[in-house]
Structures are given as C-alpha cells and as structure tokens.
Design a binder for this molecule. Structure first.
Ligand code: HDE
Length: 705
C-alpha cells in the first residue's frame, strides 16, 4: 500500500506501536517495536542508543571503544564520491524504448528487430559546466544520456540537446572544459560561460563558431527537460545481418514539442527554484504525465557522404533534415522516478564504447577520443573496475566472463575455471566466444600516413553557423543577438569581445553589427579570414524552436494568484478546464494555508506569493477579489508577479476585480496577451491563446537596450 511519509509521520498510531524514550534533555524519540525495524550497524549488530556516544561519566571523554560511533562517522566521512568532471549536475529517470517496426534490413541490433518490443532504459539529463550543486537553468548545453538495457547487452547513446560540438578533435576537450569552468585562480564564475577564459578559447578556435550560435540560442535555456530534443551528435554505423553498413545520425524528438524560457526568466528561476528542471521532471512523472521522445534516424550511405558539402565525421556539422529526412522508428517513455538519487542518478556510468552487435562507430575523431575517456573516468568516479556490478549499470541479460576480483567485486566467476581455453568441459569450463552472436567490428578499410592532421572539409567553420542563424525566426535571432551581447558584456577584455565579432562577420553581417553595437564596440573589427570558402546553404526550419513548438498547453503549468473573496465559480471552472487540457495548476496566495473564496470555503494554496513568482509558470491568471487586489497592490512580490509575466511575454488571464493590481504595478497598456475572465465562458479563449506559449509582439516593447 502506498504511504505518504509526510502525513504518516503525523499519525499517532505508528508512534504508539513503539516505545517513546525520553532523553536527558527532555527530547523524545521513537524506539523499535511493532512495524518499526531495529536499527543496526553495517555489521548487523542491533543498536541500543543512537543519541549518545559512549563516555566515562556524563561529562567524561568519549571512548575509542565505541564501534557504533566510529563506524557511523567513518561512513559519513566517505559519503562523497568525486563529481563528474563535466556534466556533474544531472537528473535521471527510468523508462523504456519501444520499437515501431523491425529495422532488420538495416541493422541486426536486437532491440530493433521486433515491432512493439520494449527495452528498459535509464536516461540522465545534465548541464555541462556547473558543479553538482549549481542551478538547473544555467545557460548551458544539456546532456541527454540514454542507457538501453538490450538483450544483447547495454547500449549507451550519450548525447546532448544540441547536434554539434565545440571542437573537432578529442585532444582539445580538456582545454575547452578548463576554459568553460570556473577560472582556476579565483574559482568563479560558477555554471556560466560568461567570462573571459571561455570566450578567449572559443574565439581562438574558429571551429567552435557553429556551436556558439546554438549555445547563444534558446536551446541552452530549455523550459523543461521534457521539451527539448536530443542528438547522438556523431555519425555512427548500423550494420545488418549481411554485414552491410549504413551511416546514421540519432535524434530524439520530444512529443511534447520544443519550448524554452527567456533569458531574464532563467536568471530569476535560478533564484526562485534552482531545482526547476529536476522538480518538473519528477512532478510530471509522478502525475502520470510521462514524457516521451521519438527516436529518429537519419540514414545515409558512403555515396551521400562523398557528395555532401561537409564531412560527416566532423562533429561541428549537422546533416539538415531537409536533405536527409529523420525516420521515426520508436519511442522512449520515461515512466518511473528513481528510488534513490545516489544509487541511480549519481552512480550510473555511461560509456560511449558501450555499443551492441548491429551498431558501430565511425571514425569521427571526437567519438574515438570519447571511447577512451568515459571508461577511464568511471574508474576515478566510482572507484573500482566493478562499477558494472552496480544495479543501475548491470546489464539486464546473461553476463559471463573471466574477469574477477578488484574492489567491491560482487560477482566472480564460479567454480574452478577462471581462464580459457581450459579443458574442464561445457558444464564447469565457463563461457566461450560465439561466432554467431558475438560483436564484430565493421571491417572498414582504413589506410593512410600516420600524421596529426584533419580532413580538408573540416576547415569550413562558418557555412553551417550561418545556416543555423538564417533558419531562426526573427524573435529567435533577436535572442541570439541579445545572448552574445549579454555574455560578451561580462567579458572584461575588449580584444576578446572584438575577436568574437570578427567571427560573426562571417556568419551574418547584420548580426555582427548588432552585437558590436550592443557592446558599444568603438571600431568594427575585420572579419576573421575563413580557412575555407563558405558554401551556400538553405535555411532549415527544423533548427528553429518556435517553428517546432507545442500544439497545446498539455504538460505546461498555470499559476493562479488568488486572495480571500476570489470568485469560487470562476476558479472552479478554470480548475476543471485546465485539468481537461492536461495542464498543471498551482494556486498562489498571500498565505499558503489558503484563501476563503466567495462561497465561504477555504482552498489551500501551493505557494505563498513571495515563493511562487510568475517565472515558475507558463501562463498566469490573477483572480484577486477587489479587496484582495488592494492588499496585493501593497505587496512588492505580487507586483513583480504581474510585471514579470508581462515582461516575459506571457499570457495573462484576469478577473475585472484584479485590475487595480496591474495599474499599481504600472501596467497600463493591456495588450492582446491579456484575456479578461469575466465568467467561465471566457476560459476556452484564454486557454486557446496560451497555446501560442508567448505573446511575442510584446517583447520588443519591453527591451530598449
Ligand atoms: Fe562527454 N564526458 N566528452 N560529451 N558527456 C563525460 O563522462 C568527453 C562530448 C556527454 O549523464 C564524462 O561519466 C570527451 C560530446 C554527456 O553521466 C567524460 C569529449 C557529447 C555526459 C566525458 C566529450 C558528450 C558526458 C564526465 C570530447 C555529446 C554525461 C563524466 C571528445 C554527444 C553522462 C562521465 C552522464 C560526460 C568526456 C564530448 C555528452 C569525462 C573527452 C560531443 C551527456 O568521460
């Protein structure tokens, strides 16, 4: 039976089962008895007193003999493990992948053989630069790492929410990450790229330009982990039973549509709720609103690779969907939260080297480098080569090998045979290779001089950056410009700011000029000389978030500001309509204990007004009564509530009686983003308006610089 620990703890019945012990200070605590289990040490020894360490006399020294005390403190001292060197802050959930069809013509990977087949999955989303305790809404790439527990072993597709990367060769990764994280002398800034070292490095590394356009777009400030795309980034191979290889790029397409917050909102959300993304994922799954993505494949052969304007082994390039369509072959559903954050989300160990028969690597030099790094880093982080024994990492299939011992070995080969070949026969001689089922590398024919060199096409650093920019809506282009100006305004060295603009001149001259103007650059720099002539590209609508937004408000969140005297009928009708649309709703009130609505009933609130700012919601409604509006007009956080909703171009529903709050907040122009809710009849129009997510025309009016 499900229990609610919060309310259960308050039930006297449970306490009554156990003895209450009174300490010398008069405090009480519960003892074992009834269904309350006995506390033990790690060795299973029952503990009689967990409140007082062992000492000679009430004021005497603590005794070394106190093994329970020593074990407890010793274990506590060792609770922390090194955080991930990148992607330290993450959040995971369980689910499954379901194949839509058999892909046996292109791959013999077991999970793609049978229509409807479900494969258990664990997904960890993350930010890259921030430490474990940093805020969720940092402007940053999001990791999108998927572990698929297939019947032929674990396949880890360790991707990001952006399809390209900063660098082309793994040898530059330590430099990139050093430059992005806190500067080493001062230890700040935390979880931000808005500092000199980062922009210095990337502006000296022209191959980063395409990625810079992506990270300055709203892709790096997603509204929810549920509303973003995922990408495998590199070109991989799929190999069928006949040994034929097809190149593939992996995509995860959110069924909920894409959506981001605006930058000023992100800044405020980080203060109001640093756990915004993890809370959102947790709440959605617990509410049964399971997030879903479709797995998309872009499939192409050597011929296409040879004809394409860019090198398919270059991780700073995409293949536009309009050129090679994305074939949707299955869905990933997250339907279970973790039982324990440390055991699952922290200890999960993704390795790009984990591929299964039917899937293979390409020669992408970034991918090749990653294949070393991930296994190596797990040893450092988890402390033993036996990290695969941890339940979250263990394959959910038959595992048999002769690897043994090491720290924390939980499974060793049984019997006498721990080597092969051996002559102990099939029963006790242990496992052997299988020519039929075993993984075989695709026999790609590679030859060439051993040199430190890059392929020629890798040198075009600007064409796709330009394509990305020109594929955006005007609103999105403005956000990109604003993000460059914001970040570079935090850079103290003027020459670095100018160097970034020198690259932008190769992307789009108007963008470069706007950024230079926003920075107040005195002189326009020369364009950085391109290493290779740019090629003409076509805009790709698939690259825009706004062109791929949600179709309805499902899975979004409405914040309703209420007071004593709020119209009960209107609130009830709103609640019902919102529920029918699959929208989550929270009441925000002067006191969290609730308000007395017009019918005299008390309704509990979820937030007190200073803890529920409008940045936490996709749209807001103000249903204050006349007296309530008077009260809120004297409350700064209530005025912030409506001012921010306005500035962030949100739709605002309101009761006529609430109007004085808007006036006191200085919002005299009520544009089409405001929807009057006089009675229940007006609710559908409000919800319909909200489907557009934002009233973008307003945005230009609230930003003068
Ligand atoms: Fe990673 N990356 N990475 N990375 N990466 C790690 O592995 C690395 C790259 C990505 O939720 C580390 O377990 C190198 C691209 C994700 O646990 C480490 C290079 C992409 C995660 C590492 C890259 C990623 C990591 C740190 C350049 C997108 C989090 C902790 C060649 C396709 C996984 C760990 C999780 C984590 C190395 C570049 C995605 C050090 C050397 C490109 C989602 O091994």
């Amino acid at each position: 039976m499900a229990t609610d620990p919060d309310t259960d703890a308050l039930k006297p019945a449970r306490i009554a089962d156990a003895e209450i012990q009174r300490g010398q200070g008069g405090e009480t605590h519960q003892l074992a008895g009834g269904d309350v289990p006995v506390l033990t040490t790690q060795q299973g020894i029952p503990v009689a007193d967990d409140q007082n360490s062992l000492r000679t006399g009430p004021r005497g020294p603590t005794l070394l003999e106190d093994f329970h005390f020593r074990e407890k403190i010793f274990h506590f001292d060792h609770e922390r493990i090194p955080e991930r060197v990148v992607h330290a802050r993450g959040y995971g959930a369980h689910g499954f992948f379901e194949a839509y069809e058999s892909l046996s013509d292109i791959t013999h990977a077991d999970l793609f053989q049978r229509k409807g087949e479900r494969t258990p999955a664990f997904v960890r989303f993350s930010t890259v630069a921030g430490n474990k305790g940093s805020a969720d809404l940092a402007r940053d790439v999001r990791g999108f790492a998927v572990k698929l527990y297939t019947k032929e072993g674990n396949w880890d597709l360790v991707g990001n929410n952006i399809p390209v990367f900063f660098i082309q060769d793994a040898i530059k990764f330590p430099d990139l990450i050093h430059a992005a994280k806190q500067e080493p002398d001062r230890g700040f800034p935390q979880a931000q790229t808005a500092h000199d070292n980062f922009w210095d490095f990337v502006s000296l590394t022209p191959e980063s330009t395409h990625m810079l356009l992506w990270i300055m777009s709203d892709r790096t400030i997603p509204r929810s982990l549920r509303f973003m795309e995922g990408f495998g980034v590199h070109t991989f191979r799929l190999v069928n039973a006949e040994g034929k290889s097809t190149f593939v790029k992996f995509h995860w397409k959110p069924k909920q549509g894409m959506q981001s917050v605006v930058w000023n909102e992100a800044v405020k959300i980080n203060g109001a709720d640093p756990d915004f993304h993890r809370r959102d994922l947790w709440n959605a799954i617990l509410a049964g609103d399971y997030p879903e993505w479709e797995l998309g494949l872009q499939l192409f052969d050597e011929d296409f690779a040879d004809r394409f304007d860019f090198d398919v082994l270059d991780a700073t390039k995409i293949i536009p969907e309009e050129l090679v369509p994305v074939r949707r072959v299955g869905r990933l559903v997250l339907d279970r939260v973790v039982d324990n954050f440390f055991a699952e989300t922290e200890q999960v160990a993704f390795c790009t080297q984990n591929i299964v028969p039917g899937i293979d690597f390409s020669n992408d030099p970034l991918l090749q480098g990653r294949n070393f790094s991930y296994l190596d880093t797990q040893l450092k982080r988890l402390g033993s080569p036996n990290f695969t024994h941890l339940p979250i990492n263990a394959p959910k299939t038959h595992v048999a090998h002769f690897q043994q011992d090491g720290h924390m070995a939980m499974r060793n080969p049984g019997g006498r045979a721990n080597y092969e070949p051996n002559s102990w026969g099939s029963k006790i001689g242990g496992p052997r290779e299988s020519r039929e089922r075993g993984f075989r590398s695709y026999p790609a024919a590679d030859s060439g001089e051993k040199r430190r060199i890059r392929a020629e096409l890798f040198a075009d650093h600007y064409s796709q950056a330009r394509q990305f920019y020109l594929s955006q809506t005007e609103v999105e282009q403005t956000h990109i410009k604003n993000a460059f100006v914001f970040e570079l305004s935090k850079v103290e060295t003027t020459a670095i700011r100018a160097r970034v603009v020198s690259h932008l001149l190769n992307v789009d001259e108007a963008l470069a000029r706007k950024v230079a103007d926003g920075l107040g650059l005195e002189a326009m720099p020369q364009a950085a000389p391109p290493a290779r002539e740019l090629v003409e590209t076509q805009p790709s609508p698939a690259l825009s978030i706004l062109k791929n937004g949600p179709k309805d408000m499902k899975g979004r969140k409405l914040g309703v500001l209420v007071t004593d005297g709020t119209d009960a009928a209107l609130l009830g009708a709103l609640q019902a309509a919102v529920k029918a649309e699959g929208v989550m709703m929270e009441l925000i009130a002067p006191k969290v204990g609730g308000v007395k609505t017009s019918d005299g009933k008390t309704i509990e609130a979820q937030q007190k007004v200073n803890g529920g700012p409008s940045v936490l919601y996709d749209a807001v409604v103000v249903l204050a009564s006349a007296d309530g509006a008077k009260l809120l007009s004297m409350e700064a956080t209530a005025k912030d509530f409506v001012n921010d909703a306005y500035a962030h171009a949100k739709f605002i529903g309101y009761a006529e009686t609430a109007k004085p709050l808007f006036q006191k907040a200085g919002l005299t122009e009520m544009d089409e983003g405001f929807v009057a809710l006089n009675d229940a009849k007006d609710i559908p129009a409000f919800l319909q308006a909200c489907r557009a997510v934002r009233h973008w025309p307003r945005e230009a009016k609230v930003h003068a610089v």
